[in-house]
Design a protein around this ligand. Sequence first.
Ligand code: F0G
Length: 468
Amino acid sequence: MLGFLKNKDMELPFAESYKIKMIETLKRSTREQRLQWIKEAKYNLFKLKSDQVFIDLLTDSGTGAMSDRQWAAIMTGDESYAGARSYFEFRDTVSRIMGFEYVLPTHQGRAAENVLFSVLVKSGDVVPGNSHFDTTKGHIEFRKAHAVDCTIDEAFNTTLEHPFKGNINIAKLEKVLKENSRERIPFVIVTVTCNSSGGQPVSIANLKAVYELSHSYGIPVLFDSARFAENAYFIKLREEGYQDKSIKEIVREMYQYADMATMSAKKDGIVNIGGFIACNSADIYRDACTFNIMFEGYVTYGGMAGRDMAALAVGLDESTEFDYLETRIKQVEYLGNKLVEYGVPIQHPIGGHAVFIDAAKALPFVPKEQYQAQTLGIELYIEAGIRGVEIGTLLADRDPVTRENRYPDLELLRLAIPRRVYTNNHMDVIAAALKNVFDRRNSITKGYSIYWEAPIMRHFTVELEKVD
Ligand code: F0G
């Protein structure tokens, strides 16, 4: 009689789009050991040895796992000084994926900035953009030019849900373009996804609007492309009209709105070292070649081994596949959702490469003068051997004139997830460890003070002591 009532099929859960062929052993430690090690490291997470870390979330840069196809490419890399076959494979891949004619290899992203900005940026210039990454800003300011942040205001409210928090506010951009002469603005820079605002994407509509406005003022557009593929994934998921397009189609459309690009291939190139400049201007390419030869290496290797360029060519193709990106971004989301479940305050929406913890809310009883995000990072390390990175007051450094601490709008601890490296069991450990720290926030009332610091970029080498 009940024969016609069929059992409902169970919906199959999500699983990774790859399997594991090679593993690396992780070292466990005790709380006592970690207390000792972090003290020896002067409470600076950068000074820890990697063997003292169980789960390393310091960065997603150069820390990804290469595929079997990438390792195979390593073996066939061509190490010729000039005109290496591996260069042409890599150049043709960049041209096919991003649509640029000229491609200049560099050893990493900041090297691409150094070479290209040597051509384009001069003293007194103004470079508008969306929360420029530290090295990008550094290379602008080093040339006595100014980076102007035109990110939308919504990006600075961590609890607000907005699909494209990396977007540029067009009115803010237009103001900068109006108030400065064409000669003073070498380009507008769009960071996709925007690391500094939480791995947040930029929509195609915004890229198009930025491009059209900039071009109406005769100013070219540069994409800081470190996480361009993750940006395309978010467009596919969140922007109307893109659901049925492939990631590669979306990437090609994104780059219709760029005149040039700098790339840290250590992120969405899924290689351990590498970067490049790409553009359509023969003049800019020619001028950049001269600086590349001076700073990086000859124009067909620019600081990379042939085998690295070969692996990068494969990595760019893999990172622009939907299945890979879905696996990657779902893992970051998995961690973020666990933290939300535990009540840990994080930045919303969850970004592409990292989960950002709102440390001012997570440790409300630590005075901000005692570095809340750093304190949270140290507590998490002591709790479970997990290493994140402070994106807060230490990183914001001192005002160059007054030498006072600069307090940024957001005091964050970034947990960056390396590509294809950890499993969701690791994510569970991270979330549980943070929950433990968060649950005892009432008893964490003291942070750290600076014992020694460098005059610039202090966070890498700063030495701290506990406040008693
Ligand atoms: N642009 C962005 C958006 C970045 O995130 C980075 C590096 C760079 C440029 C510089 O590239 O490291 O290859 O020289 N970000 C790393 C991070 C270091 O941890 O977020 P690089």
